[in-house]
Design a protein around this ligand. Structure first.
Ligand code: ATP
Ligand code: FE2
Length: 353
């Protein structure tokens, strides 16, 4: 049986209490990753390789070359661990979009090849929705407001009428891209976010009660939307004026994260939802986690975030959503498996609730 002629009997191989491994392939941008979940949805450890440009941003073609070179080694590494047998695999899921075209095409090609070779269904998933669902499953959230903060995306999302609706988002660059760009100007290689966090913590160690005097930056909130270019330029101006890098990193985090948390709080107030869920690579940051905890606590709500390995791009989150789509929806025919560079969060029907 090829994936394109999937029949419902396959679904019986995978139930919420039966075995069966779903492999997930992530390849939207700088990460190529194989991950997996078991039949109960428990995610395994992903095997990932990252593009780390020596200078400048990610070049889509070079990243795609990196991914195609890494793919077979990563799959071999995963299988060599012998945590499952290849014959236990019941489906292959992959990031269908959004992302960089050349990178997405590598993941989609590998997924199609594996699906045909193993004779199991293919499932194309929405990368942004995968960030949400892996958090929801891991943190046992029911109906949260989502603060999705990654390199390319910054969105405040809530479920309404069978879709994840974007209530607010960045009007220019993603918050992670902003941190990476700032870091790059200071000679810090990609990804810059973790190093900015370290430097901000150093400033706090030296100044346990820091002041924003002389370190003010523009506020990134515009209605329910956000914008980070202005804050980036203003932070660079502070560096030019001779402010210490550690101080500027601290101020940058305070301003940018507060803006995100403010919009998330407004979304909670308007929607009446009482759970907040953080996702995306920037959700690894301890300060934004702390701000979310404080905001949720102040309104009698709860704040949740999955472990760091599931916040950054990884194959297991793709497998998590692949499993849900396989259980409650239909697999993707080969003829419908073309990548979708501009796929939006709110274009995917939530069939799994
Ligand atoms: P998407 O396609 O969802 O936008 P992405 O390609 O940006 O995903 P992710 O792995 O979700 O990939 O996020 C990577 C971003 O997360 C980078 O910008 C990186 O600097 C940022 N990041 C990672 N760890 C931290 C941290 N501790 N603090 C701040 N930013 C971080
Ligand atoms: Fe991502």
């Amino acid at each position: 049986m090829v994936a394109g002629s999937f029949t419902p009997s396959c679904k019986a191989n995978l139930s919420r209490d039966a075995g069966g491994i779903i492999i997930g392939i992530e390849s939207t941008a700088h990460t190529f990753s194989f991950g997996w979940v078991d039949g109960l949805g428990a995610p395994g450890q992903s095997k990932s390789a990252f593009v780390r440009p020596v200078e400048g941003g990610i070049h889509p073609r070079e990243a795609a070359d990196h991914h195609s070179q890494a793919a077979s080694r990563l799959l071999s590494d995963l299988l060599a661990e012998e945590v499952f047998d290849i014959s236990d695999v019941v489906a292959i899921s992959f990031s269908q979009g959004p992302g960089l075209g050349p990178c997405l095409r590598v993941g989609a090609s590998v997924a199609r090849a594996l699906s045909i070779k193993l004779d199991v269904p293919l499932i194309g998933v929405n990368h942004c929705v995968a960030h949400i669902e892996v958090g929801r499953e891991r943190c046992n959230c029911d109906d949260p407001v989502l603060l999705y903060v990654s390199g390319g995306n910054t969105q405040i999302i809530a479920r309404l009428d069978g879709r994840y609706r974007v209530l607010g988002e960045t009007l220019d660059i993603g918050i992670g891209n902003m941190l990476d760009k700032f870091a790059r100007t200071q000679g810090i290689p990609f990804p810059g976010g973790p190093r900015v966090e370290e430097l901000a913590l150093k400033w706090l160690e030296k100044n346990p009660k820091p002041s924003l005097d002389g370190l003010e930056l523009p506020y990134a909130v515009q209605g329910m939307d956000l914008a980070f270019s202005g804050i980036l330029n203003a932070a660079l101006n502070l560096i030019e004026k001779g402010k210490p890098l550690e101080a500027v990193c601290w101020s940058l985090q305070e301003h940018a994260f507060a803006a995100c948390v403010e919009v998330a709080e407004r979304a909670m107030a308007h929607s009446g939802k009482t759970e907040l869920l953080l996702g995306g690579g920037v959700a690894c940051n301890s300060r934004i986690r702390e701000m979310c905890d404080l905001m949720a606590e102040s309104r009698g709500a709860t704040s949740h975030v999955p472990e760091k390995s599931l916040c950054i791009d990884n194959g297991s989150m793709i497998a998590t959503l692949g499993r849900l789509q396989l259980l409650w929806g239909e697999p993707t025919k080969i003829t419908d498996s073309a990548i979708r560079q501009d796929l939006r969060t709110d274009e995917t029907d939530i069939v799994w609730n």
